[in-house]
Ligand binder design. Structure first.
Ligand code: ACO
Length: 433
C-alpha cells in the first residue's frame, strides 16, 4: 500500500542539476525524497519545526488537515468513537487490524492481568513531593519500569516487545491513579480485575478502602471515547519524540517516558489544562470574551487562545466536533451545569466569525472541549494531560513498533546550519574581559 515512486523533481543549484524522486502516499500526497541530497550536492535542507519534512513512511494513521479527516488504519475516527472500545482501538493501531473474538479476549485479559505494579514501585512515590505534577511522576515511573524488567528490554526481540506493550497499557492507568492519590494523601487503590479498563481507572482514582465505590458507566464510556479520540495522531511532537528516542535502540519504557515528557508542554498535550485555566480567567474576569479575543490577536501580547489552532488541521479538528457533541450529552446526563462550556461555546462562535482566525485558519482543536468533559467527571486539572497520555499510549507504541520494522530504519539524527563563532582559541581566565 502507498509509497511508490513515479515522478521526479529537478533541483538546480549553481551549475548542477539533480533529479529528486517524488514519493506518493495512498491518498496521493507527495513528497520529495531528499535522502541522497547531501551526498550528491553537499546541501542539506533547513526546515525549522519540521513543517515541510516527512520523517517516515507510516501506515497507521491518516490525517487530512484541509478536509478535517482522521482515519486509524483506514477506519474513520467517527466510527471508532461510536462503535469501538479503547482496548480494541489500541489493538487496531498496534497490530494493524481489528481483533477477532479470540484475539480480543486474549488481549483484554492480558491487559487486566498486568495492571498491578511491583510493590517496590510504590517507593518511587515516597520520593516526590505531594505537589509534584503527575506528568513528571508518570514519566519518571514509566522510565523506572525498565529497572523491573531488565530481561525483557530488547527492541529486536518480539516477545520482549510484546510483553512490554501489554505491561505499559495495563500499568499506566495504575501509575497515573497513584500519582493522584499521592498528591491528595490517600492510600493507593489496587486495580480490580473484574472491571473494564476505564471503570477500573476511575475506581483507582476516586475510591477509598473504607467505602463502596461505583464507577458510573456514563463516565466510564465517555472516558473510553476520549481515549479513542486521543489514541494516535501521526507524527506530532510526542510521537516523533518516541520514535527518535527509540531509534537509538532505547527500550520501549524509556521511549514512552520521553513521549510523556514531550506531551506535557502547553503547546501540545498540556493545552487541555491551559484551556480550562484560560476559561477560568475569563470567567473570573467577568466573562468579557471580546477582551480575550483581542488579546489573542494582539501581536505584542504573548496570549494565545488555548485550544485553537493546529499545525496540521486548517479546518475543524474532527475530534473536537465529536467532543463538542459529547460534551453537552455528558453534562446533561450527569445533570451538571458547567459555566465554562457556555464561555467556550461563545468564544468559539466569536472566533470562527473573526477575520484574524478565519485568515489564519484557526479552529478549535481536540483540547478545546476535552477539559470541560474532564471537569464534569471531577478529574483534577493537573490530571488532564495524564489522561491524554493514557489515550495516546497505543499510538506511541504502534509508531515505535512500525519504526523498528521499517526497512529504512536508521537512528534519527538531524543536521544543522552552524551560525556560531569561527574557530578561535582558549583564553586563560586572567586575560579574559
Ligand atoms: N491564538 C492566536 N493566534 C494564534 C493561535 C492561537 N491559538 N495559534 C496560532 N496563531 C497565530 C500565530 O500567532 C501565527 O500568526 P502569524 O502568522 O501572524 O505569526 C499564526 O497563527 C500561525 O501560528 P504558528 O504558531 O506559526 O502555527 P504552528 O503550526 O507552529 O502552531 C499551535 C500550532 C502550536 C497548535 C498553535 O496554533 C498554538 O499555539 N495553539 C494554542 C495551543 C494549543 O491549543 N495547542 C494544542 C494543539 S493540539 C495538540 O497538541 C493535541
Amino acid at each position: 500500500m502507498g509509497y511508490f515512486m513515479k515522478e521526479t523533481a529537478k533541483l538546480t543549484y549553481k551549475e548542477k542539476s539533480i533529479e529528486l524522486p517524488v514519493t506518493e502516499g495512498t491518498f496521493g500526497e507527495k513528497g520529495l525524497d531528499i535522502s541522497k541530497l547531501r551526498a550528491t550536492t553537499g546541501l542539506i535542507t533547513f526546515d525549522p519545526g519540521s513543517v515541510n519534512t516527512g520523517s517516515c513512511n507510516s501506515s497507521i494513521t491518516y490525517l487530512n488537515g484541509e478536509e478535517g479527516i482522521l482515519l486509524y488504519r483506514g477506519i474513520p475516527i467517527e466510527q471508532l468513537a461510536e462503535k469501538s472500545t479503547f482496548l480494541e482501538t489500541a489493538y487496531l493501531l498496534i497490530y494493524g487490524k481489528l481483533p477477532n473474538q479470540d484475539e480480543n479476549k486474549y488481549f483484554s485479559e492480558s491487559i487486566i492481568n498486568h495492571s498491578m505494579l511491583h510493590e517496590s514501585v510504590k517507593d518511587f512515590y515516597s520520593g516526590v513531593p505531594a505537589t509534584a505534577h503527575p506528568m513528571a511522576v508518570c514519566s519518571a515511573v514509566i522510565g523506572a519500569l525498565a529497572t523491573f524488567y531488565p530481561d525483557a528490554l530488547d527492541p529486536r526481540n518480539e516477545r520482549h516487545v510484546e510483553i512490554s506493550i501489554h505491561r505499559l497499557i495495563a500499568k499506566l492507568p495504575t501509575i497515573a491513579a497513584y500519582s493522584y492519590k499521592k498528591s491528595i494523601g490517600q492510600p493507593f487503590m489496587y486495580p480490580d480485575d473484574s472491571l473494564d479498563y476505564c471503570s477500573n481507572y476511575l475506581r483507582m482514582m476516586f475510591s477509598v478502602p473504607c467505602a463502596e465505590y461505583y464507577a458510573d458507566p456514563v463516565i466510564a464510556k465517555a472516558l473510553d471515547v476520549l481515549f479513542i479520540l486521543h489514541a494516535d495522531h501521526e507524527q506530532n511532537c510526542s510521537t516523533s519524540t518516541v520514535r527518535l528516542v527509540g531509534s537509538s535502540m532505547a527500550n520501549l519504557f524509556a521511549s514512552i517516558s520521553a513521549g510523556i515528557s514531550a506531551l506535557w508542554g502547553p503547546l501540545h498535550g498540556g493545552a487541555n489544562q491551559a484551556v480550562i485555566e484560560m476559561l477560568q480567567n475569563i470567567h473570573e474576569d467577568g466573562g468579557n470574551i471580546n477582551k480575550y479575543i483581542d488579546k489573542a490577536k494582539d501581536k505584542n501580547d504573548p496570549f494565545r487562545l488555548m485550544g485553537f489552532g493546529h499545525r496540521v488541521y486548517k479546518n475543524f479538528d474532527p475530534r473536537s466536533r465529536i467532543l463538542k457533541k459529547y460534551c453537552q450529552g455528558v453534562l446533561d446526563t450527569m445533570g451538571v451545569y458547567e459555566p465554562y462550556l457556555e464561555i467556550a461555546m461563545k468564544l468559539e462562535d466569536i472566533a470562527l466569525k473573526d477575520d484574524y482566525f478565519i485568515e489564519k485558519k484557526l479552529y478549535p482543536n481536540v483540547d478545546f472541549y476535552s477539559g470541560i468533559i474532564y471537569r464534569a467527571m471531577k478529574i483534577p486539572l493537573n490530571m488532564f494531560t495524564v489522561l491524554f497520555a493514557i489515550g495516546r499510549l497505543p499510538g506511541w507504541i504502534a509508531q515505535w513498533v512500525e519504526m523498528h520494522r521499517d526497512k529504512h530504519f536508521k537512528i534519527g539524527r538531524p543536521r544543522q546550519i552552524f551560525t556560531g563563532a569561527k574557530k578561535t582559541h582558549y583564553e586563560p581566565i586572567e586575560e579574559r574581559q
